[in-house]
Design a protein around this ligand. Sequence first.
Ligand SMILES: Cc1ncc(COP(=O)(O)O)c(C=O)c1O
Length: 375
Amino acid sequence: MNLFDVYLLLNITPVRGEGIFLFDEQGNRYMDLYGGHAVISVGHSHPHYVKTISRQLEQLGFYSNSVKIPIQNELADKLGAVCGYPDYSLFLCNSGAEANENALKLASFKNGKKKIIAFSKSFHGRTSLALAATDDKSIQAKINANGNILFLPFNDAEALQNAFNDEICAVIIEGIQGVGGVNIPDSSFLKLLRELCDKHNASLILDEIQSGYGRSGYFFAHQYAGIQADLITVAKGMGNGFPIGAVLISPEFEAKFGLLGTTFGGNYLACAAAISVLDIIQQENLIENARNIGTYMIEQLKGFKQLKEVRGMGLMIGIEMHEPIAALRNKLIQEHNVFTGTSSNKNTIRILPPLCISKADTDYFLEAFSSSINN
Ligand SMILES: Cc1ncc(COP(=O)(O)O)c(C=O)c1O
């Protein structure tokens, strides 16, 4: 049987990982500044992560959500304590798209409305509602278009004010747009969103699937604006590669038996992975590291005259060139063994390293980058 051929592959076969590095079949070492698409938060094969998941597997790997699973409560307690939303509740699922799907559904369950505001260049996943709220027609099938999504220009306060009315069920926005090329919502824009959602009885959904879990230098990127969301969606960095997603739900939402559900969501292994990620984030001060190293990397990158723009916060950085980045990205991989990410903006490289990256590794990348753009 062949694989369904939907991915553009780099000609590299990683077989082992350690911290911010990957190793291929020949033992060549690569610096991973892509983090498997912002997934690797605490580093590849961190010993505490490996031990926690292995121990859990020796005990029990899976049972469905029809029994008590205290490790879910342990995860909720830990997450509530570190993320700044201790009074919210947690619904566990398996992926980012599924988290957004559930968040949108919860918003509609709560206020009975169905019109959603989303933004230009947004990406929220590939399940039906999440995809409908994604600003990319090329990946939507006819069946995904539900006619309920209003796309507004990103960071345009006037357009937002003009479009908002009592029919709006929810607004969904990324903490920092990732796939769209690393675009940060203005603090004033997020505050306006909060105000308008309150005024019109709409829910504010913050998609922190890529920008959350410390990547921005805050636990959630939107916290830099001093606002609170009604629903926050997480995945990627939450499990450091073990599939897990979740919705953090404000106390204003009432849980009802059977309202949401999943077979695999919240399984023992996923919870063990997610707990060990939070342990490591705290023990190794990774949020502070993301802020410090990210600030340093952004400052240094801004010194390169050849770039059009450097955007980002913490370790979520977009480097926009004046030309397509494909050749530069290949050079970084082939000549310097450095992996970087792409975005829907073909001139923008995305830097999404594990949060444990050191200053010395950052300097190696900056040297490699400098030599790649100058030769
Ligand atoms: C902001 C954002 N939301 C949602 C998703 C979808 O997550 P998943 O691929 O886990 O379904 C992604 C994935 O790239 C994302 O970046």
